[in-house]
Design a protein around this ligand. Sequence first.
Ligand code: PDD
Length: 275
Amino acid sequence: QVVYLNGEWHAATAAKISVNDRGFLFADGIYEVIPVYQQRPFLLDLHLQRLQRSAAAISLSLAPLETYQVLITELLQRNRVMDGLVYLQLTFGIDEHRQHLPSQPLTPTVYASVSPFNARWEIPTPFTVTLLDDIRWLRCDIKSTSLLGNIMLKRACQQRHADEPLLHRDGRITEGASCNYFFVRDGQLYTPPADHLILAGITRTWVIHLAKQLQIEVHETPLFTHELTAMDEVFLTSSSREIQPVGQIDDIMIGQGQCGPITAQLIGAYHTSKR
Ligand code: PDD
């Protein structure tokens, strides 16, 4: 596997970053995960636009977006993966020593790699998810590499033997630790709004687009844990999970614990769109 680091290409095992990189010391950086199908990055423009929004939010200066497009193209050529996940990360760069604010402008560290990915073409087995308090900060809209909260939640979820947490703040549903959630009630689709409490997933955006094409009504609206028993179908979305049905939320069974018809319809539309 060949990775990109600051203008150079290295074997993944040979690439090295400085102990004074602000990404290492402070997780002072942003990232994107971009699916690749048949050697083509999927929804790349949307991912790069979100990278731009994350960068603007933390005042990190980016190169023109075409630079990253060219970089990803070369990464895919050098690695020859068919289906993969591109990881692109930028940090504020290497300082002289550990200080919260750098004394002079630094050159951002840019890192990119691609790993093989088992893209799904069938309906996956439904997940069991568990409700957990969303303990993260209030800028979840930034795709930051500071993922300590998310990882603590993943560990808590693992201890309960669930596949993914469903997070809420005082009963108001937010998202998963690395995915967004959708709910179906009476044939209509519901998902929490893309505010500062969630990451506006690219898969989420695409599912909303596909649902509208299928004449399914979509509501981006606050949802509450007490409404969960009324849901006919639940699924989660992310670049790596695509559309994943949920069969159970703690002791609440969703539908018959199987993938519901609207979820199946959206999975079909999603698979067709990635060809
Ligand atoms: N995670 N919410 C959170 C907190 C996420 O970390 C992710 C993605 C999503 C879904 O976003 P998208 O549809 O753009 O992948 C929502 C990536 C895959 C990760 O951290 O590996």
